[in-house]
Design a protein around this ligand. Structure first.
Ligand SMILES: [Zn+2]
Length: 76
């Protein structure tokens, strides 16, 4: 059984990747891709960081987000 130690950082943040896109609503180039947990589970979203417009929202293939269960590794 894995154990997950308490983070040593005071605050933890999700890693957001630069999408390299321009927001169609406000024109900002600060558009990021990152996972979020919301109604219905985990989603991979592409959102403007200035106005929070969603450019894309795709259901994550991982039911528990960053956590992979042993049963998910059994897929052929
Ligand atoms: Zn925007």
């Amino acid at each position: 059984m894995r154990s997950y130690p308490r983070p040593s950082e005071k605050f933890i943040f999700v890693k957001k990747d630069d999408a390299g896109l321009v927001c169609p609503k406000c024109g900002s180039s600060d558009v990021k891709k990152y996972p979020v947990v919301s109604e219905g589970g985990w989603w991979n979203v592409t959102k403007c960081q200035r106005c929070l417009h969603s450019l894309e929202r795709i259901r994550s293939e991982h039911r528990l987000g960053a956590i992979t269960t042993i049963s998910e590794t059994f897929r052929a």
